[in-house]
Design a protein. Sequence first.
Length: 106
Amino acid sequence: MSEFVKELTSATFDAETSKGLVVVDFWAPRCAPCRMMAPLFAGVAEKLQGKAVFVKVDIDASPDIPGRFGIRAIPTFLVLKDGVEADVHTGTIRPDELIFLVNRNV
C-alpha cells in the first residue's frame, strides 16, 4: 500500500470520509483489473496530495460499504464530498481521467 493511500474498513469508513474530498477505490484482491489499477491510483494520490484524500475499500472484507453506494462492479472509483457522493466511475481508468474526475469536484 502506498503512503498516499489508506485502506479503510467498515469500522473506519465513515470517520475517514465525512469531511473534505475523498476518492474511494472499491476493489478486491481476486480482481485482476483492480490489482492493475493499484499503482496508477497510488500515483494519482501522490500527485494530488492536498487536493483530496485517497482511500481503498476491499469489498470482500467490508461488503456493507459498497452496498450503501450501489456499487455492483469493481474496480469502481467514487468521489465523496463531505461524505456525500459527488462522482463515480466504474471500470479501469487512465490516470489523466482520474485526475479530471477529482479536479472537477474540487
